[in-house]
Design a protein around this ligand. Sequence first.
Ligand SMILES: *Cc1c(COP(=O)(O)O)cnc(C)c1O
Length: 363
Amino acid sequence: MTESQPRLRPETVAVTAGRPQRVPDAPLNPPLIPAATYVGSPRTDGPEIGYGRYGNPGWQALEQAIGELEGGRCLTFASGMAAAAAILDLFGPGTVVVRPAHCYLGVAAAMEQRALRHGWTVREADLTDTEAFLAAARSADLIWLESPTNPMMEVADLAAIAAGRDPRTVLVVDNTFASPLLQQPLRDGADLVLHSATKIISGHSDALLGAVVVRDRDDHDHFERLEVSRKLGGAIPGTLETYLVLRGLRTLPLRQAAAQASAMILAERLVSQPAVRKVRYPGFGSLLSIELVDAETADRFVAALRLWVFATSLGGVESMLERRRRWAGELPTVPEGLIRMSVGVEHVEDLWADLDHALRGLG
Ligand SMILES: *Cc1c(COP(=O)(O)O)cnc(C)c1O
C-alpha cells in the first residue's frame, strides 16, 4: 500500500494485510515455511533472517496484519502468557505495578511471582473508578489494564486513564476481550497492547499464540527490547500457529460481528430469566457473564447444555462457557454461580434454545 491510498477499513485490512507481493505466480497467501535456519549471505551485510529463532516470513505476515489493525508495530510470541512475560521482563527489581482487581489469572500470578522473587509491589485497584485507579497508579512504573475484565466484564475509561497518568508510567492494555476491532488502546494513549491471539483473533480454538503491539512513538525502545527478549528467551511463535492465526484473522470482522449480534440478543433475553440473577454484558463484544444463585445450580445448568461447550477458552467459532470458580485460583470476589460465556457463530436461536431448555430444567 502506498501513502497516497486512502486508509483502509479494518474489514479490508484483515483481508489484505500480510500478503505476498502481487507478481505473476506468487501465491496469494504467505506460505508456511518450516525453517530452522536460512542460507546466509557471506559477502554482504544486508539484512538476513539468519536462524529460525530470529524470524520467519510467516510471523512477519501475521505481525503486519495485527500491527495494522492496532495501529502499531507487532511482535508475536509462543502464547499470550509468553507475550505477557516478555512485557513484564522489561521491568526490573522493585517495580511498582497497578492492575485491576480482576484480571487474567495467569498475568496476576506472573506478577505475584515477581513480587516474591524480585520485590515488586503489586497494587490492585477498581478500574471502573478512574479517579481511584489513577490515585493507586501515582508513582507506579507500570499500569496493567484489561478491559473488559475477565470474568467480571468491568470496563475502564482507557483514554481517561492514559491521559491522567504520569507520562513516565508505562501503560499496557490486554486487549484480548475487545479485539483490535472494538478497541485500539494505542490510539487512546497506551504504550503497549497485549493479545492472546489464541482467542478471538485466531477464532478456531486450534492454536496458542501471543502478540504485543508497540506504539509507533516508542520512547523506551520497547520494540527492540522485546525482540531481543524473544530471541534470548526463545518463546517464539510456532510456524504452523502463525499460519493458522493469520488464516483465522482474515474472517475476524465477520466472526466478531456475528458473535456480537448474537451476544446482544442473548444478553437481553437472559436478563428476563428468573433463574439468572445478573447479566454482565458491557454492551459490545462476544463475551458475557451470568450469575446463577449458587455453584450447584450453575453446575446443573452447564451439565444440561447440549450445544454450548463446557471449556475454559473463549473467542472461538463454537460457543463455550464455564463456571469460573471451578478453578481454585479464581478470586473469591467472583460469585460462585458466575458463568462466563463466549458466544460463537452458530445460529442464535439454536444457542438460545439450548440455554432456555437448560434454564427451564432448573425448576
Ligand atoms: C487467554 C488469555 C491470556 C493468556 O493467553 P494464552 O494464549 O492462553 O497464553 C491473557 N489474557 C487474557 C485476557 C486471556 O483471555
